[in-house]
Write a protein that binds this ligand. Structure first.
Ligand code: GDP
Ligand code: MG
Length: 175
């Protein structure tokens, strides 16, 4: 059995969204990734089990973040969402709440429930400079009905696979 899931990735500029997609899909990390305009798509095929293959279509906003709110077209028919922030920039954490509200106001699953959404705090390799502590993230995650949260480092390849597996498990239970 093969399933296709659309996963959208949102969050403020420079939090590491494009790097995340590059890492997960190509297992690469580029230091100076050029921001592009529009939407970038990446496809990752995951062999989940002997019987199940999952095709993940990852949508990366690529430069549109400055509008701070996305069009319905971008969110349409999404199976899951990742909202990313930078552990070193408090404003990106506060804005993650706005992103979640924007998502929920514009998009639901066919059964009317909210799109499952994972909260990712990136750049944990620079933990000495962190501005957001774990308790704050935990509270914010619960209050805003995120599926779960993880601290990741795209640079050091920490918790990338695990994060995506968490999202995939949730999608597979629903579909
Ligand atoms: P986007 O605007 O959200 O797509 O962010 P980018 O993927 O373009 O990344 C913005 C900057 O953050 C780039 O200079 C990346 O190299 C850097 N970056 C991304 N992930 C990490 C990380 O895990 N650790 C560190 N230290 N830097 C990162
Ligand atoms: Mg980008």
């Amino acid at each position: 059995m093969e399933k296709l899931f659309k996963v959208i990735i949102i969050g403020d500029p420079t939090v590491g969204k494009t790097s995340f997609v590059q890492r997960y899909v190509n297992d690469s990390y580029r230091r100076d990734y050029k921001g592009t305009i529009g939407v970038d798509f990446a496809l990752k095929v995951v062999k989940w089990s002997d019987r199940e293959t999952v095709k993940l279509q990852l949508w990366d906003i690529a430069g549109q973040e400055r509008f701070t709110s996305m069009t319905r077209v971008y969110y349409k028919d999404a199976h899951a969402c990742i909202i990313m922030f930078d552990l070193l920039q408090k404003s990106t954490f506060n804005n993650a709440i706005k992103w979640k509200k924007d998502l929920d106001s514009k998009c639901t699953l066919p059964d009317g429930s909210n799109v499952p959404c994972l909260l990712l705090g990136n750049k944990c390799d620079l933990h000495q400079q962190r501005k957001v502590d774990q308790e704050e993230i935990e509270t914010m995650c619960k209050e805003n009905e995120f599926l779960d949260w993880k601290e990741i480092s795209v640079k050091e390849n920490i918790m990338i696979e695990e994060s995506m597996r968490c999202l995939l498990e949730d999608m597979l239970v629903r579909h």
